[in-house]
Design a protein around this ligand. Structure first.
Ligand code: NDP
Length: 296
């Protein structure tokens, strides 16, 4: 049996960031200002702190302004909403991202609903969710858009292919299914109540695993030659004597890569795409907000 081709998300993301940087430089020349992304972090969740640090670094590296707002965990919800309103009104801010999860006393839906949809570069606002579902232009969540870019780069047209998305979250599974539908795939959405999941997955030309269960998708679930996109990021418990456990996906990579045609690794697959797409969404937002035409 031949080994699957590895889909190198790290390299693809680096190329995308380069393209964004060129467009950002052109934007600055035309608009007379840099594009700007505001990132709001409430509390001290360690994983969120790492994400925000990386977003900030990569935004600046692409030639855009990064406005970081760090609020203490006990900040009243009204103060966060007031900050979002201020960012909505700030012409230097093209994109607004409120890092999730928020502390338990805050209503995430209410906070997302306060972001101006035209600055909602995460694509979580209900207006952008509706735009995606109805085929109107809007912002699409970064991780599933990144998966779609990798798929199209690998396969060209996705038209007519059977795609199974495992997971139905608002952040990954549902928008992923919408994007695959837009590409004319026949889409099945599986979740924790799906019966006989291995059999469902065996019918898929494209498998998207967005579950949060380490190495759940096994070798014998995969149709020979299928394209496997592993969104999962699961930290295993550290081996004895070590402090950090291994990062694995939702797919048994060693097994699945014996059968699949191509597969994303973890790390180095979908992960790096998320921030690169966020920067892409931000530069698109900047053009729209400044009324500058973007040659796509
Ligand atoms: P959620 O926990 O919000 O959703 C998980 C989904 O998986 C749910 O729809 C759930 O079903 C389904 N599920 C859970 N267990 C099973 C099971 N045993 N069989 C079938 N379906 C199951 O997670 P997210 O969508 O936010 O994230 C999914 C994974 O992707 C995580 O590992 C996360 O870390 C990773 N991730 C990676 C990103 C990246 O940049 N690479 C970005 C975002 C997420 P139900 O709805 O029925 O409960």
């Amino acid at each position: 049996m031949s080994e699957a081709a590895i889909i190198d998300g790290k390299a693809f993301a680096a190329g995308l960031r380069e393209r964004v940087a060129k467009v950002a430089a052109d934007f600055e020349a035309q608009a007379g200002r840099k594009a700007g992304l505001a990132v709001v972090l409430v509390g001290e969740d360690p994983a969120s702190q790492v994400y925000v640090r990386n977003k900030n670094k990569q935004t600046v590296a692409c030639g855009m302004n990064s406005f970081e707002h760090k609020l203490p965990a006990e900040t009243p919800e009204a103060d966060l909403l007031a900050l979002v309103e201020k960012l909505n009104a700030d012409p230097a801010v093209d994109g607004i991202l409120v890092q999730l999860p928020l502390p338990a006393h805050m209503n995430e839906q209410k906070v997302i609903a306060t972001i101006n949809p035209d600055k909602d570069v995460d694509g979580f606002h209900v207006v952008n969710v509706g735009r995606l579902a109805t085929g109107l232009p809007g912002f699409v969540p970064c991780t599933p858009l990144g998966c779609t870019m990798l798929l199209k780069d690998r396969l060209g047209s996705l038209s007519g292919l059977n795609a199974v998305v495992i997971g139905r979250s608002n952040i990954v599974g549902k928008p992923m299914a919408q994007l695959l539908l837009r590409e004319n795939c026949t889409v099945t959405i599986a979740h924790s109540r799906t019966q006989n999941l291995p059999e469902v997955v065996r019918g898929a030309d494209i498998v998207i695993a967005a579950v949060g269960q380490p190495e759940m998708v096994k070798q014998d679930w995969i149709k020979p030659g299928a394209t496997v996109i592993d969104v999962g990021m699961n930290r295993l418990p550290p081996p004895e004597g070590e402090t950090k456990g291994k990062l694995v996906g939702d797919v048994d990579f060693a097994g699945a890569s014996k059968v699949a045609g191509s597969i994303t690794p973890v790390p180095g697959g979908v992960g790096p795409m998320t921030i690169a797409v966020l920067l892409r969404n931000t530069i698109v937002a900047a053009h729209r907000n400044a009324g500058v035409t973007l040659d796509e």
